[in-house]
Design a protein around this ligand. Structure first.
Ligand SMILES: *Cc1c(COP(=O)(O)O)cnc(C)c1O
Length: 420
């Protein structure tokens, strides 16, 4: 499905002209297509129908309240990594029984609130975390349901900053220590092991690492249960990649499901999947305005009004995003090789490097494609740039789902001591 298409020479989001949204909310802004998000969710649900998994949306990809509510209403649970995400999920109406709690640094407050709400399980990542959770559950006089995140020492073959499944990453319990950790859980008065999980990385295109890692989890699951544990589920994490551009490969959902099924089906256990990017990434764009076209000595620069604080992926992960002008170029228009950069005062502030674009001029609007995941969610206010508007489109309707922050908002939380 592609919700962003040219019609009569203009780029549309579903049935809304992106330029019309820009005229109302100004630039830059994020725009998401509801139908595409739901299309992806339903595609995954159908593909895995025979395993009836819990699809726990990894909220960190896009944690706007509207997006969480949308996916929650469609039947998704949530994979959360903080107290903020827990409260957001609950505020969006997600049943705590459909929430799994990931992350290496869960604090006491987070554990207490999650226990109070009765989440599905804690995905434990270390022995000290296990001990803290047992202590807190004991004090609250409840039993904490837990899964152990297994580090399978598998290379996900993605960018190093989003690889999480090797022994030198901070995540999970090394698979060679799993037996000892499950024994420790069994001997803990207020923990009950109900599953094992993994998450080996993000933007994974090559499916072989999934095959290898899930196979390790499946054999662990089997041997643990043969040794008297009563595990109910395997959680295979997220990580399924998307295409961020015309030349990118993207993995095939059917192939992915086939690999998962081959390992999970024979075990007759419950399945949890934690997709983030795959559900929302291609359903969003960042629309920005060209401020200047600057000819440099060795390169040409398109200077736009969005920057690395709005979309960090290019600066942080050297990520590529295709860029389309909102007004369709002539079919035979020449292309120019440019860097697309923002106004921020450092050289890592780019949205594209050495990319071929159709010629653009001052005040033109362009769309940075595939920006629905890890875009707005990773935004900050560096250079005192307020967080930008987010808009949701549904058919021929659109609505702001996050107001643009004001400069007054930025100043308001600061305090100037009286001695200055
Ligand atoms: C980030 C994360 C995900 C989602 O990753 P995607 O690549 O967006 O699918 C799932 N599970 C855990 C534990 C994560 O940290």
């Amino acid at each position: 499905m592609n919700s962003f298409e040219y019609k009569n020479g203009s780029l549309f989001a579903e049935q809304v002209k992106l330029a019309d949204i820009a005229a109302v909310v100004g630039t830059p802004f994020y725009c998401y297509c509801q139908s595409e998000i739901i299309f992806h969710f339903n595609a995954m649900k159908q593909e895995f129908a025979d395993l009836s998994p819990l699809i726990a949306y990894a909220m960190k990809a896009n944690s706007n309240q509207a997006i969480i509510s949308l996916l929650g209403n469609a039947g998704a649970g949530a994979d959360i990594v903080s107290l903020g995400e827990l409260e957001r999920a609950v505020a969006a109406g997600i049943d705590p029984k459909k929430i799994v709690f990931s992350g290496v640094g869960k604090n006491e407050k987070e554990m207490m609130r999650a226990l109070e709400l009765g989440i599905h399980c804690f995905n434990l990542e270390s022995v000290p975390e296990l001990e803290r959770l047992n202590d807190i559950a004991a004090k609250m006089n409840v039993i904490a349901p837990v899964s152990v995140r297994i580090n399978p020492d598998v290379d996900a073959k993605t960018h190093t900053k989003i690889s999480t499944g090797k022994f030198d990453n901070k995540f999970g319990i090394p698979y060679i220590e799993a037996n000892a950790v499950f024994k420790k859980i069994k001997n803990s008065s207020h923990l009950k092991a109900i599953g094992i999980d993994m998450h080996i990385g993000s933007q994974i295109i090559d499916l072989a690492p999934f095959d290898e890692a899930i196979s390790i989890l499946a054999s662990l699951f089997k041997s643990l249960n043969e040794n008297g544990h009563e595990l109910e589920h395997i959680d295979i994490g997220g990580g399924l990649g998307i295409s961020h551009g015309k030349n990118d490969k993207s993995p095939d959902l059917k192939e992915y499901a086939k690999i998962v099924r081959s390992h999970i089906k024979p075990l007759n256990c419950k399945l949890i999947i934690e997709p983030g990017r795959w559900l929302v990434g291609n359903a969003g764009v960042l629309v920005t305005k060209v401020e200047y076209f600057k000819q440099g000595a060795s390169k040409d620069f398109v200077i736009v009004n969005a920057a690395m604080n709005d979309l960090l992926r290019p600066a942080l992960y050297e990520a590529h995003h295709d860029i389309l002008p909102l007004s369709k170029p002539q079919d035979n228009a020449e292309q120019m090789k440019v860097d697309v950069v923002g106004p921020i005062c450092e050289s890592s502030d780019y949205l594209a490097q050495g990319q071929y674009l159709n010629p653009v001029k001052q005040d033109d609007l362009i769309a940075i494609m595939s920006a629905g995941a890890y875009g707005a969610a990773m935004a900050g206010t560096y250079n005192s740039r307020p967080l930008i508007t987010e808009v949701l489109v549904f058919g021929d309707k659109f609505e702001t789902i996050r107001e643009r922050q004001t400069i007054a908002d930025l100043i308001a939380l600061d305090n100037v001591p009286a001695w200055i």
